[in-house]
Design a protein around this ligand. Structure first.
Ligand SMILES: NC(=O)c1ccc[n+]([C@@H]2O[C@H](COP(=O)([O-])OP(=O)(O)OC[C@H]3O[C@@H](n4cnc5c(N)ncnc54)[C@H](O)[C@@H]3O)[C@@H](O)[C@H]2O)c1
Ligand SMILES: Nc1ncnc2c1ncn2[C@@H]1O[C@H](COP(=O)(O)OP(=O)(O)OP(=O)(O)O)[C@@H](O)[C@H]1O
Length: 520
């Protein structure tokens, strides 16, 4: 016999050995399937004969399929056995407990006692559940009361009860976190969050609209006059504008005498009590301007696009009649845009109770080196933990709405505006490893200029109102309780994706052609 023939014959013998085992053993084999599979694998690991025998290759393929099938059968068998064993175990456990109870003659009384015990544990539960936590007793109790079966009762009693606590260091923040987790039969589950697409439904017809416009723009001025007429004559709605805009309207025509405005800036503080809807005519800057006018609650904002980028302005000005008709009728999908509230704490006044008024930002607060040519040095803390020391041009603390503005330019991620969080994005850090962070919405951040800083730092708020921060001064920043509700053209997600596609040309690339190399 030639070498090749000997090799083929020996391989065939091995195949026969495997085949015999398979034949003899079937599924209830004395040689378990994984042994057969092992043998097949060993056989397949043999070096191939020099001249490739095609039949042998085909046969080895077939063997591979057989091995796979055997593995599946054995896995299936094992899991069925495990399931059967579990049911048997449960049945025996239950039976044993029933027998014990019967023996003691406590079947009926026992149930009563258990229910009494439960009631006393419920009382304890009520005591132990603070207003900032949920205790698992509460859920287990419901389960036990509703369920009449002793089996479930016993299972529930075996689980160690626990409670969740939150808001320990803030207290006031505790309430809204009930959204994040819920209990179901004593297990922690992710709850349906309040940040799903939100819809606003008018309960009575909107009466008063505030129109805010970008200054020094003729198209804006023309559209504003036309819109005011339409709102008053057709929709019978009262209109409020800024003093500058009222003067412009009156210069055009005395017809606009009915338009309301304010004389004293203090009146702006009360605007939210009478305005049903804010309309902005301009770009993103006008939306930021509108938000900055409201230090507390903000009425829904309908942003019409008359700017260059218009990331937050989904409504087309040419279609204002249709859009406003739909919005005044409702319901409207809205995006709740979170804001940051920022306090500047001066070293010189750190022991005084009165600090400067908080500043609310819709995009971001930036702490940078301003005119100084020195590296900015900023110590950052998150709640009570040290975060890092920024050495570079500065730091951006941004909302998720602002994630597509300055923070994006500094390398921060783009985040859906409905995600509650604070972006922590360095500006030109002089370090190879300073990646941007996104922190949860409940934290308080403190950015402090250390005493060894060579220069001052400057804080600016939505790109405006620069404030100098000297050594020892700090900026405290957290999510504000008053978000800015902006009307959506479609919904929050659709509007966001449309903005990043159209405004930023996100991930625009020529599509690859289908010809050329392929896997198959
Ligand atoms: N390097 C930068 O990218 C840089 C520098 C300074 C300020 N800004 C941004 O400008 C904002 C102020 O805007 P402005 O209109 O008053 O000033 P601006 O007139 O200087 O416009 C800045 C640009 O940022 C765009 N923009 C603003 N907010 C945005 C957002 N949330 N998403 C996407 N783009 C947005 C505007 O459409 C505009 O094109 C600041 O809050 C800051 O985010 C960016
Ligand atoms: N009612 C207003 N009063 C004073 N300033 C305003 C008002 N509305 C907008 N601004 C300011 O005018 C500037 C330009 O406005 P806006 O960003 O809306 O227009 P744009 O720059 O043409 O548009 P885009 O931001 O889309 O590029 C911004 O700095 C903004 O703060």
């Amino acid at each position: 016999m030639s070498d090749q023939a000997t090799q083929v014959s020996s391989n065939k013998e091995k195949v026969n050995v495997v085949g015999t085992h398979l034949q003899n053993n079937g599924y209830h084999d004395s040689l378990p399937p994984y042994d057969s599979e092992k043998m097949i694998k060993e056989f397949l690991r043999q070096p191939p004969s020099k001249a490739v025998d095609e039949n042998l290759l085909e046969f080895s393929e077939a063997m591979r399929s057989v091995a796979k099938a055997l593995r599946r059968v054995s896995e299936g068998k094992a899991s069925a056995q495990a399931e059967a064993a579990e049911w048997k175990r449960k049945y025996e456990l239950e039976r044993e407990k029933n027998l014990q109870q019967k023996h003691k003659g406590e079947v009926t009384e026992g149930l009563q006692n258990h229910s009494d015990q439960e009631n006393s544990s419920i009382e304890q539960t009520d005591k132990c559940c603070g207003k900032h936590g949920i205790c698992s007793h509460e859920v287990l109790r419901d389960d036990i009361m509703v369920s009449k079966t002793k089996f479930i009762h016993d299972l529930a009693m075996r689980k160690a009860p626990f409670k969740l606590l939150w808001g320990c260091n803030g207290g006031k923040n505790g309430q809204h976190k009930h959204d994040v987790v819920s209990f179901e039969k004593g297990n922690i589950t992710a709850a349906a969050r309040s940040s799903k697409q939100i819809s606003l439904k008018w309960e009575s017809h909107p009466q008063t609209v505030l129109i805010l416009t970008k200054p020094n723009s003729t198209p804006v001025r023309v559209l504003c006059a036309e819109m005011v007429r339409w709102l008053k004559d057709i929709k019978k709605i009262d209109v409020i504008v800024e003093p500058r805009v009222k003067a412009e309207l009156l210069a055009e025509n005395s017809y606009f005498n009915f338009v309301q405005t304010w004389e004293d800036d203090d009146e702006i503080l009360l605007l939210h009590t009478k305005v049903d809807l804010i309309i902005t005519l301009g770009g993103d800057g006008t939306v930021l301007w509108a938000a900055s006018m409201f230090k507390g609650p903000v009425p829904p904002v309908v942003p019409f696009s008359l700017g260059s980028l218009g990331f937050m302005t989904p409504f087309q000005s040419e279609l204002y009649r249709d859009s406003l008709d739909t919005i005044l009728r409702g319901p409207i999908s809205i995006t709740l845009r979170h804001r940051l509230q920022c306090h500047v704490i001066r070293e010189s006044a750190k022991d005084e109770l009165d600090t400067e008024d908080p500043i609310l930002v819709l995009n971001e607060v930036t702490i940078d080196r301003g005119m100084s040519s020195y590296l900015t040095l900023l110590e950052c803390y998150c709640d009570n933990s040290f975060v890092t020391c920024v050495q570079g041009d500065g730091l951006i603390l941004s909302t998720t709405s602002g994630s597509t503005a300055y923070s994006l330019a500094a390398g921060g991620s783009m985040v859906h505006p409905q995600v509650p969080g604070i972006l922590f994005t360095p500006i030109c850090p002089h370090s190879l490893s300073f990646r941007p962070l996104i922190l949860p919405e409940h934290v308080t951040l403190r950015v402090q200029v250390p005493f060894n800083s060579r220069g001052h730092a400057w804080a600016s708020f939505d790109g405006k109102d620069r404030k100098q921060l000297s050594a020892g001064d700090a900026l405290i920043c957290s999510i504000a309780p008053w978000p800015v509700p902006t009307a959506c053209l479609v919904d929050s997600t659709n509007d966001f994706l449309r903005s990043i596609h159209e405004g930023l040309h996100w991930n625009l690339r020529k599509p690859q052609s289908s010809d050329g190399p392929r896997d198959h």
